[in-house]
Design a protein around this ligand. Structure first.
Ligand code: NAD
Length: 505
């Protein structure tokens, strides 16, 4: 469904009229293409507070008009330290190129509140990445015989050397508490540091709402620079065009660099449920681009479409209703060689307000969107079909975060996905070496959203910081980052692909 308003505002009269009327001004987004794989311009690396992160892989340097700015604020320990965040970004934010990126780096808040230094290696807010889990996963990844740490992804194409250090001597040494002296040695919570680190969320989300011109702002909470390489490369690339206002936690490891950065999923098998059309077809295509052998699963009625997608990508189609009680066993039978990437994308809506909703509309949505995800995940983990080093990416929705009138069934099912991901992630990593994350799309231009009545559809499209709907490829690129072999330290995360929708947090 073409966004005619977006095309109109790209013309001179359209720009004039919409500006005069105070209407939204969506900027065309710069998405990935083989001819244009990187942002145009350098990356500027700034620091607020004293940081110990190793970010040498960013190859950042001074630039008058940076395509990206990374602010390392992991060392901010108190309100005074927050002044350095302002001092660092205030002078440069205007110069960030259209379609550019701002990424703020923060410490995990739970760790900050314990007053611990940056070296503990504990996971982010998801609770993932505890030493035992990371160790289990490291062993599991090692068993795959894959490469070693860092160096993932393509070059950022940026300049040299660390940019202007914003630190004004306020940062105290790592691990020591700030004004209260409540460091880890005292075992007391450092609420000053926690407050300062939590403040970065409000800062990031607010800047995302005001920065405009197709630029995005995200916050990554991390303890280990190299473990976050795949995440930073994603956020600093055209692939993350519709991801803004997000807070992403990255644990301490494991990180497996692919042999060929251009085809990170080479030698891996990926199954995409609901892959015959829409977002699922885009996910299959993107994972195939990244080298995966794809299996496109969809209901028997959509077999011809699933086959067309699979044939185009050199993969195979699997005609199967995912709600079948034996769906997990049939997938396992169809994949005797095992599975590396499981994408739970199939989903349906059956909208009605609760007062008008018959039980069958409730149960069909809960069954496709949630129960079948739980059943097949359990079956494929138990059977060992999903190999160590594997990835599960489930599909939530902003309706599962903010709720939506007429979607009590859908909102419940998608919120359930978030619960599943958060609870299973640490266990799946510890016991199977498999990460579990979710994407939560906002308004994405597909057959599903084309069916929404015109005015509600138009509101859905504009009510986000980028003032436009996303494309299936935006969800697909986010999925591909989570599926990347170097994303083993990203676990238990729910990443919204919503252009920073006004709905929900
Ligand atoms: P779509 O309707 O275009 O495609 C869904 C696919 O899933 C179809 O090919 C369908 O045949 C398949 N499917 C449905 N039931 C199935 C079953 N029982 N077994 C196997 N396959 C089944 O939808 P879409 O817009 O591409 O959405 C994909 C996913 O993204 C869904 O989970 C949806 O809830 C979620 N999502 C979409 C949006 C959006 O704006 N489009 C927003 C938030 C979340």
């Amino acid at each position: 469904m073409a966004d005619r308003y977006l095309s109109f505002t790209g013309t001179a009269p359209g720009r004039f009229l919409t500006r005069r009327l105070g209407l939204p001004q969506p900027a065309p987004l710069r998405r990935w293409s083989p001819e244009h794989p990187e942002l145009d311009g350098g990356t500027l690396l700034l620091t607020a507070g004293k940081s110990e992160l190793d970010l040498s892989y960013l190859e950042a340097g001074a630039s008058d008009r940076p395509a990206a700015v990374v602010l390392d604020a992991t060392g901010v320990r108190d309100v005074e330290g927050l002044a350095e965040v302002h001092a660092a970004l205030h002078p440069v934010v205007r110069s960030v190129a259209a379609g550019g990126r701002v990424v703020v780096l923060g410490a995990p808040v739970d760790e900050a509140s314990r007053g611990a230094g940056s070296s503990s290696g504990a996971g982010a807010s998801s609770g993932a990445g505890a030493a035992r889990e990371a160790e289990a996963a490291r062993e599991a990844e090692a068993a795959r015989g894959a490469g070693s740490s860092s160096g993932a992804g393509a070059s950022l194409g940026a300049g040299a050397s660390r940019g202007a250090e914003a630190s004004r001597g306020a940062g105290s040494t790592s691990g020591a508490g700030a004004s209260l002296g409540a460091g880890s040695s005292l075992g007391a919570g450092d609420h000053h540091r926690a407050a300062a680190q939590q403040a970065l969320e409000g800062f990031t989300r607010s800047l995302g709402k005001e920065i405009g011109r197709g630029r995005t702002v995200n916050l990554v909470r991390l303890t280990d620079g190299p473990a976050a390489e795949s995440t930073l490369r994603f956020l600093l690339s055209p692939r993350s065009a519709y991801v803004s206002g997000q807070v992403i936690g990255v644990g301490a490891g494991p990180v497996t660099a692919p042999a060929d950065p251009a085809r990170p999923l080479a030698g891996r098998t990926a199954l995409v449920t609901g892959g015959a059309r829409g977002i699922g077809a885009a996910v299959a295509e993107t994972l195939a681009r990244d080298g995966a052998r794809v299996v496109v699963l969809d209901v028997p009625q959509a077999e011809a479409d699933a086959r067309r997608v699979a044939d185009r990508l050199g993969g195979t189609a699997l005609a199967l209703d995912i709600t079948a009680a034996d769906a997990g066993a049939r997938i396992a039978d169809a994949l005797p060689g095992g599975l590396d990437v499981l994408i739970h994308n199939a989903g349906i809506t059956r909208d009605r307000r609760l007062v008008n909703m018959p039980a069958d509309r409730w149960s069909s949505v809960l069954d496709v969107n949630l129960a079948s995800v739980l059943r097949t995940t359990d079956a494929l983990l138990a059977a060992g079909t999903l190999r160590a080093g594997g990835r599960i990416v489930a599909t939530a929705s902003i309706a599962g975060i903010a709720g939506n009138a007429g979607q009590t069934n859908y909102g419940a099912s998608k919120a359930g996905i978030i619960g599943l991901v958060r609870a299973l992630a640490p266990r799946a990593l510890a016991e199977h070496g498999v990460t579990v994350n979710a994407v939560a799309p906002g308004f994405i231009e597909t057959t599903m959203t084309a069916a929404i009545p015109l005015f509600i559809r138009e509101a859905g499209r504009r009510m986000n910081s980028l003032a436009q709907g996303g494309l299936p490829v935006d969800v697909a690129e986010t999925t591909a980052w989570l599926a990347h072999p170097a994303s083993g330290a990203v676990n238990g995360q729910v990443v919204r692909v919503c252009g920073q929708s006004l709905l929900g947090a």
